[in-house]
Design a protein around this ligand. Sequence first.
Ligand code: MGP
Length: 357
Amino acid sequence: MGKRKNNISGLSGLARYVFDTPEPTSSPGPSSTSENDSASKATTHDSSKLGTQGEHLETQRHSDALDTRPKKKAKLQTGLLGPGLEKYDATGLVPFYTDASQVPEHLQKYFSQRERFFSLYSSGCLLDEEGWYSVTPEAIADQIAERCRCDVILDAFCGVGGNAIAFAKTCERVIALDVSPVRLALARHNAALYGVQDRIEFVLADFFSFARTLKQRTHRKIDVVFLSPPWGGPSYLSTSTSASPSKSLSQTPKSASSSALARDPDTAAAEDTYADYSLAHIRPMHGAELFEVARGLTRNIAYFLPRNTSVDEISRLVADVPGEHVEIEEEWMGSKLKALTCYFGGLVAGQEALFDK
Ligand code: MGP
């Protein structure tokens, strides 16, 4: 079984893809600022004596010029991660907001959910714009990770790392891909805050090229692929393909397979009505094609999709596979349906026997 056993052989070959975060740019951090402060204090002190002790100063400068001893190294800037984690620190790549007054208007609603996205947000988690609107809330990421428990999981679109961090808690090894070096650096920074950076291989690559390369290396085994691709931006709910009201799960009674996450039926608000979301809006390619690429690696797929995704389109993904079902999990936070996670292959309850096939 590929479920939760130590089977990480062959992973070393991935090392050449591993993305090395550039050293943080040298914006003055708290420690270097305080050093500068003390340096400027010394100058002030000397200047104040200039009238009476000018000669002494000249002598001092002269001996400084002759001093060939190596200069004391500037103290390393530690940034948000603190000492010992400098090589993962992405401080300065994006703003770290601590107060709503610093946040642009269009990101305000996401900032107000920051502790839901990352419970350690205030310790220094970093998100870029895309991260703010697409990161999976931590409770949901943990729920998905529990269901995906296995040896090697591939997070095909890791973004700022919300899911990869959760997978690192339940899987032996996480391969986290992204096409953006900045987002990958942010993901690694965030993983370091959670202390799980060593369980994740951060790979700067697009999923399609990576999958192709992987397939050529038959000794490589991926147990589960997690797909959380771009949905076409934050306005995905208004991206409709039909004029008819949605027949997606958000419009129907809660399914038997829906999430165990807290949802109080008494307080559940009436769901908004949106037209069906089509997999055709998934980026960078049609969501059905993306699914096929992932199935080329394993049949165990977890696919994170908009809450108004057409159920017909989801079920059609495995319509040609005799006897295989898809399980659609509703991801609720309180009274709000946030998204759907669709499980395939051995991740489906009752289909576990498919996991290693
Ligand atoms: P949302 O509906 O944009 O947010 O996204 P929210 O806060 O529910 O807004 P409201 O106006 O509906 O109240 C809900 C969740 O979907 C987010 O927290 C993300 O986890 C996820 N999500 C949103 N987008 C736009 C994407 C995306 O493009 N890709 C992925 N993978 N997830 C997304």
